[in-house]
Write a protein that binds this ligand. Structure first.
Ligand SMILES: [Zn+2]
Length: 60
């Protein structure tokens, strides 16, 4: 299921960006977020996991 995507090789410098809700760093649009970019709040799965599991009981 390897579908050639022109977008992959044609990197636009002006991709939309957001600030991560966990680490606060800006991150750029990714293809895997194409469908739900509006819902994306975290720069990575790691940050998303942090936001979920970050509890006082965890101590960290
Ligand atoms: Zn982050």
């Amino acid at each position: 299921m390897a579908k050639p995507q022109a977008i992959e090789r044609f990197r636009k410098p002006n991709l939309p960006t957001k600030d991560c809700a966990v680490c606060g760093r800006p991150f750029a649009w990714r293809k895997k977020w194409a469908r739900d970019w509006a819902e994306v709040k975290f720069c990575s799965d790691r940050c998303r996991g942090d936001s979920k599991t970050r509890t006082p009981a965890d101590g960290a």
